[in-house]
Ligand binder design. Structure first.
Ligand SMILES: NC(=O)c1ccc[n+]([C@@H]2O[C@H](COP(=O)([O-])OP(=O)(O)OC[C@H]3O[C@@H](n4cnc5c(N)ncnc54)[C@H](OP(=O)(O)O)[C@@H]3O)[C@@H](O)[C@H]2O)c1
Length: 246
């Protein structure tokens, strides 16, 4: 079964986050999307599930939630045209960004890695059979420029940098695999640009460089998403589509 491009089916992971929530608002305003599956750790909107929007609980600390996503995709039994993954962990109950080696803890490293690096690839693996059935599936996963090894000049933020670098490697590898699918797939890692959100808020108060609202970032990301082609697959991009160094 091939999908009709005016009737796209989209999976949005992290639809209650700062950037994820803004993406959901804008995706719902488009008329080329027939169905959105939106995930959140504790979906406040679950009672608002409609014919065109399904909410699923997805907390990466609960393996059964990933089983629930798999079961949902199996039940839908339809091509999946897009996966947009906006989840990430920088600070919280498992610790925050380290300034020095002495602050590294196994707990922060493991959790930051699980959420930022492992989970998006696990989601992608669950989606693979359905992405393969779409004509030109597009996968956009939010990474971070601080995950660039080549661009690292300031140091610090060990766990987050390491996890996003690992995510980038996973996505590049998945893009190589997807190039062998019989469709026109594109898989990219994207730095959204500094954006006001719960993740960034503690770190942007004294920042002079421009900071976007979540709505502005979501618009840029959807413009980028709309023009992704297989030629972009396996790249690490800014939300404006500029290539970033690995
Ligand atoms: N904001 C920036 O300036 C900036 C800069 C560079 C990169 N990024 C990246 O952009 C992405 C979006 O960030 P944001 O700014 O929108 O941050 P945010 O508002 O804090 O959103 C983080 C998202 O991650 C989800 N999440 C966290 N832990 C999770 C877990 N254990 N299981 C499942 N989901 C989990 C949250 O889910 P719930 O809402 O359900 O709790 C939320 O959807 C992240 O990948 C971040 O690393 C952001």
């Amino acid at each position: 079964m091939q999908s009709n491009s005016s009737q796209l089916r989209v999976l949005l992971v992290g639809a209650q986050g700062g950037i994820g929530g803004a993406l959901l608002t804008q995706l719902r305003q488009r008329n080329d999307i027939s169905h959105i599956t939106a995930t959140a750790r504790d979906p406040a909107g679950s009672s608002l599930t409609t014919r065109t929007l399904t909410w699923l609980p997805l907390d990466f600390r609960r393996p059964e939630d990933l089983d629930g996503l798999t079961a949902h995709l199996e039940k839908a039994d339809a091509p999946l045209d897009a996966v947009i993954c906006t989840t990430g962990y920088l600070h919280g109950e498992y610790g925050g960004p380290e300034k020095s080696l002495g602050q590294l803890t196994p707990e922060t490293l493991a959790h930051t890695y699980a959420v930022n690096a492992a989970a998006p690839l696990q989601v992608l693996a669950a989606c693979e059979p359905y992405l393969k059935r779409a004509d030109a599936p597009r996968v956009l996963v939010l990474s971070a420029q601080v995950g660039s090894i080549g661009d690292n000049q300031l140091g610090g933020w060990y766990s987050y940098r390491m996890a996003k670098a690992a995510l980038n490697m996973g996505l590049k590898t998945a893009a190589i695999e997807a190039a062998r699918w019989r469709n026109r797939a594109a898989i990219v890692a994207v730095h959204p640009g500094t954006t006001v959100s719960p993740l960034s808020r503690p770190f942007i108060t004294r920042r002079r460089a421009p900071v976007s609202s979540a709505a502005e970032t979501a618009s840029r990301l959807l413009e980028l998403w709309a023009r992704l082609t297989p030629a972009d697959s396996g790249s690490f991009l800014t939300s404006d589509g500029e290539t970033l160094p690995w």
